[in-house]
Design a protein around this ligand. Structure first.
Ligand code: BES
Ligand code: MN
Ligand code: ZN
Length: 498
């Protein structure tokens, strides 16, 4: 069971029992609720002794304070409201939820004197709590104290007390939708590959029809007819058949061109005949992080009824070693008609995306296409785990993605592209080969994708470092981060819902 956080907003509440959380401003000052929570003045001493200054997300935890109607009181700092951190409200919510411990009932007072926490901020704080509380423990049959499935309750009731309660409720509808999209993406990435093959993933995506998303699932037979030789070449080594799922949300004006998102969905990547070393191969269950983000994004957009026309396409395959698996040196013909010499069967993501991108652009003629993929280990070498690599043929789209990244703290960093790099994937035997040389591996991968997007404004996000095996932070404690859902929701919200 994923830990669930049930949120209610109220204009006032008495902190009877349970955990009471007070938010202090950047000077460490508390609002009027402090008197209700602590009639005996215990807090003042506690804050003084711990030299609490209201630093962002710092906290003082007081168990059973004398005279308090609450069983436990936590004071959390907000930092300087004049200099907010990126995504500070969600992160504050995350910091608060990080202190829930064994509490089943939590009352959070957002009345810090100089903070001016409005309805949208309160909803952002609530979203941070929900994201922080997420855990993936459905296969743990016993409770344990290992931090993964500790003796924490499965359900926490949180009352958020704010003067802006009614505005907060309105904003919460959107924020709750986005949180659900992130959690869907995390669940898909965390799920092991024996449970989540291409067909099972397609079935999960098809469940979005409940939210009004139109679903079209292509089978191998249909993909063969369309000439998707690149995608199918990867899939041929697996006993589990490939799928291509198209998700469409039509929340915009009828004639308006859609925006499009395409995801790499390799449910497991052994490398194929160019097999990967055994150590760490288990991480390759997350090689569908791009597809998971696109699915989570479609969930978020539909659940919050975004006023935009959006197409989400995911290429779902398993890259396995088998008597029928493709060989290094094989030449395949992509849907675009371009031929590819497969010199390394472990550079499979670009083969899947080549056909998914061609299908997307030919069929939907989108205003732009953004693809997401756990594409290269090299992007981890270049950028580490805190920025996704951004590769694009369009400055405006790049700037918008960069701004959305700063706002959501799902950051991107633009990487170079150009003809010198493109030359590196020319092949003697076919139109191109699927690997470049030793250097700039993330860039040559991007150059490969660009050969399939024609003149469409396009951006490729290499999320190998940000979607899976991610470092824990204020709002994400799981192996999978759900990276990309909030970033792209923000992109759509800020520019394509007018
Ligand atoms: N799925 C991997 C990339 C990857 C590596 C994702 C680490 C997440 C963490 C991809 O299919 C791959 O194997 N790429 C190769 C490309 C090479 C063969 C040109 C790589 O990065 O080594
Ligand atoms: Mn690979
Ligand atoms: Zn891969």
């Amino acid at each position: 069971m994923t830990k669930s956080v049930e949120i209610t907003f109220a204009r006032s509440a008495k902190p009877a029992g349970g955990l009471a959380v007070l938010v202090a401003d950047g000077k460490g000052a508390l609002g009027p609720a402090a008197v209700d929570v602590d009639p005996g003045g215990v807090l003042e001493k506690a804050l003084r002794v711990s030299e609490f200054k209201g630093k962002a997300r710092s906290a003082v935890d007081i168990v059973a304070p004398a005279g308090s109607p609450a069983d436990r009181v936590v004071v959390v700092g907000l930092g300087d409201p004049a200099k907010p951190d990126a995504d500070s409200w969600a992160r504050l919510g995350g910091a608060i939820a990080g202190r829930f411990g064994k509490a089943k009932k939590v009352t959070v007072f957002l009345d810090a004197p100089e903070a001016g926490i409005d309805g949208e901020a309160a909803a952002g704080i609530a979203m941070g709590m929900v994201l922080r509380a997420y855990r993936f423990d459905r296969y743990k049959t016993k409770k344990s104290d290992d931090g993964n499935n500790g003796d924490e309750p499965d359900k926490v009731k949180v009352t958020i007390v704010t003067a802006a309660a009614s505005a907060a409720k309105k904003h919460w509808a959107d924020h709750e939708a986005i949180a659900a999209g992130v959690i869907l993406a995390r669940d898909l990435v965390n799920e092991p590959a024996n449970i989540l093959g291409p067909v099972e993933f397609a079935e999960r995506a098809a469940e979005l029809s409940k939210l009004g998303v139109e679903i079209d699932t292509l089978t191998e037979k249909e993909m063969k007819k369309l000439g998707m030789g690149a995608l199918l070449g990867v899939a041929q080594g697996s006993v589990r058949p490939a799928r291509l799922v198209v998700m469409r949300w039509n929340g915009g004006k009828a004639k308006k061109k859609p925006v499009a998102f395409v995801g790499k969905g390799v449910v497991f990547d052994t490398g194929g005949n160019s097999i990967k070393p055994a150590g760490g191969m288990e991480d390759m269950k997350g090689d569908m992080g791009g597809a998971a983000a696109v699915t989570g994004l479609m969930h978020a957009l539909a659940a919050r009824k975004a006023k935009a026309n959006v197409v989400g396409i995911i290429g779902l395959v398993e890259n396995m070693v088998d008597g029928n698996a493709q060989r290094p040196g094989d030449i395949v013909t992509s849907m675009s008609g371009q031929t590819i010499e497969v010199l390394n069967t472990d550079a499979e993501g670009r083969l899947v995306l080549a056909d998914a991108l061609t299908y997307c652009i030919d069929k939907y003629k989108p205003e732009f296409v953004v693809n997401l993929a756990t594409l290269t280990g090299a992007i981890l070498v270049a950028l580490g785990q805190y920025h996704a690599g951004l590769f694009s043929n369009d400055d405006e789209l790049s700037e918008r993605l960069t701004a959305a990244g700063l706002a959501t703290n799902e950051r991107v960093w633009r990487m170079p592209m150009g003809p010198d790099y493109d030359k590196l994937i020319d092949s003697k035997n076919a139109d191109m080969k699927n690997i470049g040389g030793r250097y700039g591996g993330s860039i040559t991968a991007a150059q490969f994708l660009q050969r399939f997007v024609k003149d469409t404004p396009w951006a490729h996000l290499d999320v190998a470092g940000t979607a899976m095996a991610t470092a824990a932070n204020d709002i994400s404690q799981s192996w999978a981060s759900g990276y990309g859902v909030r970033l792209l929701d923000r992109l759509v919200r800020d520019h394509y819902e007018k």
